[in-house]
Design a protein around this ligand. Structure first.
Ligand code: SAH
Ligand code: SF4
Length: 375
């Protein structure tokens, strides 16, 4: 019999013992755990079916598992690592989700429907975050202005998709890892989340439906090329010389354009998936005929296409220095730049932006207690 002080200590210890996130576990890892508990292997199949196919909302709902096991799992694991804090719906149909993590950090994801001319929904894309904040500090990016809070865990990454699918009662067809954070600076967790998303037992989406966007961590691009289910790769290029790139993307000081191109070539050779280059055309900064010529050379090195992304205003972050000087090029100038590349054989897409009215577009996924959205 414990005395009451001991009892209180026991209760406190139990209360503060952090539960492990069940969606951080791969099928193999969960198999090991079940073996250590003397549970049969087929139970792991049932558990994964409950989580990823049936999308059970609690361990007690997992009626294919015996009651005792459900109890043990609920004592040792947590099934939810995020909750929807709020959402904002844009006039164009996109929805910005604000999620609260268990430690109260906030992250965002943006849902974008693609409607065809008949007004039917053709497909849907979800842009998800890989970090709370970002340490890379790119001069044009609102998330960068926030600084780094922390890396997201695999379960926090995949649950963004699962929660939006449940909330909207639909299937997401494309996932882009282009929300808050630099995914290749959270390499291990992002790779594990990719393995979970595409794994046979935990499948959420096919690997060819996932695009990972990076500011260009060349060493990690090479590693990513060799994982079992590499995603499509998008590179935030935004400049064609090392000097201009370093002005706006500080981490490019460690990975110059030549080392980045070597990594990209390697990625293409390993995966055979065309590369996307993202390029914001800044007025008078990266829009000269010489830039077009250098961009042509870069783009033609392996099969690729160039996406011109409209620059989304980040003046709400009170930018200083170079950030203050960056201005979007006019649409005429962008069209001229795009045409110069097209006539040189480069595939170019001039992107329209989604969710401008709800600050959900690229680079605007920033939050702080002060500008928390959706309230
Ligand atoms: N860290 C990764 C992914 C997140 S940023 C990366 O940098 O690629 C996703 C995309 O939004 C990148 O292409 C980034 O360059 C772009 N972006 C950032 N700020 C932007 C802004 N203000 N306007 C338009 N695009 C922006
Ligand atoms: Fe980070 Fe990407 Fe923003 Fe740069 S553009 S600060 S890498 S999120």
């Amino acid at each position: 019999m414990r005395d009451s002080a001991e009892n209180i200590r026991y209760i406190i210890k139990e209360k503060i013992k952090p539960k492990r996130q069940i969606k951080d576990f791969s099928f193999e890892e969960m198999k090991e755990y079940f073996e250590s508990k003397g549970e049969a292997n087929y139970r792991v199949n049932q558990l994964f079916d409950e989580i990823y196919s049936n999308r059970a909302l609690s361990f007690f709902e997992m009626t294919t598992l015996p009651k005792g096991l459900r109890q043990t799992l609920s004592e040792e694991f947590s099934l939810h690592s995020l909750k929807i804090d709020s959402k904002r719906i844009s006039q164009d149909g996109s929805i910005k989700y604000l999620f609260e993590l268990n430690d109260s950090n906030l992250i965002e994801a943006v849902y974008m429907p693609w409607i065809n001319e008949e007004g039917e929904m053709e497909r849907s894309t979800l842009c998800i975050s890989s970090m709370a904040g970002c340490p890379a500090g790119c001069a044009f990016c609102a998330t960068g202005m926030l600084g780094f809070k922390r890396n997201l865990t695999p379960s926090e990454i995949i649950e963004q998709i699962m929660l939006v699918e449940a909330d909207l009662n639909l299937k997401i067809n494309n996932v882009v890892i282009m929300g808050m954070g630099e995914p290749l600076l959270n390499y291990a967790n992002v790779v594990k989340s990719l393995q979970l998303m595409t794994g046979e037992k935990s499948k959420i989406i096919g690997r060819r439906k996932i695009t990972l966007s990076t500011a260009g961590i060349a060493t990690k691009i090479k590693l990513l090329a060799n994982i079992d289910s590499p995603p499509k790769l998008a590179i935030s290029l935004h400049a064609t010389t090392n000097a201009t790139r370093q002005k706006i993307i500080p981490i490019s000081k460690s990975f110059d354009i030549s080392s980045l191109m070597d990594a990209i070539e390697f990625y293409y050779r390993q995966t055979k998936m065309p590369i996307t280059y993202e390029y914001i055309v800044f007025d008078g900064f990266n829009d000269t005929p010489e830039d077009a010529e250098r961009l042509r050379k870069i783009a033609l090195r392996v099969p690729s296409r160039v996406n011109f992304i409209p620059y989304n205003d980040i003046s709400f972050t009170n930018p200083q220095g170079i950030s203050k000087e960056l201005k979007p090029a006019t649409s005429e100038k962008i069209a001229e730049f795009a045409n110069a590349l097209r006539s040189a054989g480069v595939a170019v897409i001039v992107r329209d932006t989604y969710g401008r009215d709800i600050e959900a577009a690229c680079g605007q996924l920033a939050l702080s207690k002060d500008n928390k959205v959706g309230e």
